[in-house]
Design a binder for this molecule. Sequence first.
Ligand SMILES: Nc1ncnc2c1ncn2[C@@H]1O[C@H](COP(=O)(O)OP(=O)(O)OP(=O)(O)O)[C@@H](O)[C@H]1O
Ligand SMILES: [Mg+2]
Length: 397
Amino acid sequence: MAVVSPPEASASALTRNRIVCFVDDELSAAALRKGLEGSNLAIKRGTIRNAIRMLETDTELSALVVDISGIDDPFTELERLASVCPPDVLVAVIGESREIIFYRELMEIGLSEYLPKPLTRDMVLDQLRPKLLSDVAPGAADRDRGGHVISICGAQGGAGATSIAINLALQLAETTKAKVALLDLHLQNGETAVMLGLRPGPGLRIALENPMRADTLFLERAAIEVNERVCLISADEDLDAQLDITEAGVRHVLGLLRQRFNYIVVDIPVPFPPSIHPVITLSRHVLVVLEAEVTGLRNAHALRAAVTNIAGKDRVFTLLNRADRPGGLPRATIAKALGAEPDMVIPDLGKGMTQAVNLGIPALKHVSRLRRHLAPIVREIAGVGAERKGWLRRLFG
Ligand SMILES: Nc1ncnc2c1ncn2[C@@H]1O[C@H](COP(=O)(O)OP(=O)(O)OP(=O)(O)O)[C@@H](O)[C@H]1O
Ligand SMILES: [Mg+2]
């Protein structure tokens, strides 16, 4: 049933109440229709596979109910669902199994509820409705829900941090079909917007300075579409502006982004101002980008140590960019100075990379080899091939 809304109602208000169900039988559909009455409800015929297809293009919803009856390997389908489902969307499952172990596994991976068939109106009313339509504030566990944060920082000027952030964001979205935000925390001389041929949206500085002034509408204004899955959040403040970025502001903006996007790729200024420490703390991956030069090597050490102090050792990855560039230090020297081989390597990709910058188009569209070299990094981040439950647990919260 479509709900007619007044024109001034915001998109996010509509999203908050929209529940979409994909079920395969009329009995379940009727039980859901009665049990979830009063919400902005859409009941469609189908299974989890149809839900995955819908989420690839439509993610404006607050909750999803999917049928896994007849699906041979529900965990594989749930994994695919998790990769396209925004982190703040609640997901409930309907199926045929009555096994308690199965139920526990589904709860462990972060689903909101599981109901076995045959579904009745009372089951939906008592067990599903409170989980999907609760007006109570999210609990502490829910506050930690959210998209993966990936921070990228350069060990020396011009190491390629921004190029890697932009193209990684694009390729992550393309590979996983997930929603990706590209957040540029260089508010005064950020280059992401220029490199993408876009103009920054308004409001990022104010939101970072004063979290009280950033509501959910902030994102609708500040996030500029790069393509249907990727948004850019950046600023272009005057070079002589006195910024007063606060830790609370950074935490709030990141929280808003983590609700709406599966991945948030952040171009981080170096050295890290204390106010942006929460970004490092919340990052699953921090990529320290360096070139094969003495300066890069020296700073990479210091940067790795700084990240480790803030967030722990397991988050830091060293990315050697423009490897084998003529005149650069030999690989053996680099490995010796770093104390280990770099975790990731991208070779020098020639003048096409700089041409792309000057054309204002992503290098991915201009330098065909880049995609191949970013692929292992995308795999590392998206966890393809990672242990199944860990992967699911992180994605559904
Ligand atoms: N692998 C590569 N091969 C060839 N050129 C590259 C490569 N990576 C980046 N470049 C080029 O190097 C230049 C600097 O890159 P970029 O601006 O991304 O670096 P940065 O670390 O963000 O610099 P800054 O310190 O200014 O923030 C750009 O012209 C970019 O196209
Ligand atoms: Mg840069």
